[in-house]
Design a protein around this ligand. Sequence first.
Ligand code: SF4
Length: 274
Amino acid sequence: MGTLSVNQSKLQKRLRRQAGEAVTDFNMIEDGDKVMVCLSGGKDSYTMLDVLLHLQKVAPIQFEIVAVNMDQKQPGFPEHVLPQYLQSIGVPYHIVEKDTYSVVMDKVPEGKTTCSLCSRLRRGTLYTFADEIGATKMALGHHRDDILETFFLNMFYGGTLKAMPPKLRADDGRNVVIRPLAYCSEKDIEAYSELQGFPIIPCNLCGSQENLQRKVVKEMLLEWERKTPGRTEIMFRALQNVMPSQLADRKLFDFENLRIDESAPSRFLDVMNL
Ligand code: SF4
């Protein structure tokens, strides 16, 4: 990449700053960590690697970065693209080859969306691999808009209030997933990826249709942002500002034992003292 214009340099700085903040806020990376950076070949994962490599240079701690891509054997997957790129920037990497594509094709009835099984199988394989290479963190390229989309998907279709956390310990306890781009917007990532000319590998090589529900939610969020600029940012802030006593989950807040506090000063006196 040549010299950056002022706007381009601002974009790079913003992505680096936001990722740095997310990493610090959630203590995503600690001294001595071995971070396995999962690369799909999409814009998000390339940007994440780029930002983490910078962070590695400037951070006051030492940590290792290993890039990992999973070759799921989709027809037409250009196997040479990621190795070539990673060699050119001198990042150590592994390619995990596993034909989950056949499993997905076998298990999912025709016409149904394949992405959720495909990504579950990918995640499982990556968890096992991270454990094998002794990675202490597994970095995924999800950004703020992915997190919000998941939040609304879960609310609209799953009846749960949950998103994708910036940091998560997997159920097996052996993997900690981090999402360094949790504060970054997709728009910025897209622009940065174009600017850097990352060698993008499209995910829909398998011919699968995008999940319709996700598409609808994505469009809804984009439309909100168009009509009310800044709404996405506010909604993301809401995820960091949860008040269990103002919701209705009896597991999160002890509504049952809520009764008057006889030791509290009476409101009458409060009013008199005003
Ligand atoms: S588009 Fe294809 S390769 Fe990508 S997640 Fe969906 S099923 Fe898997």
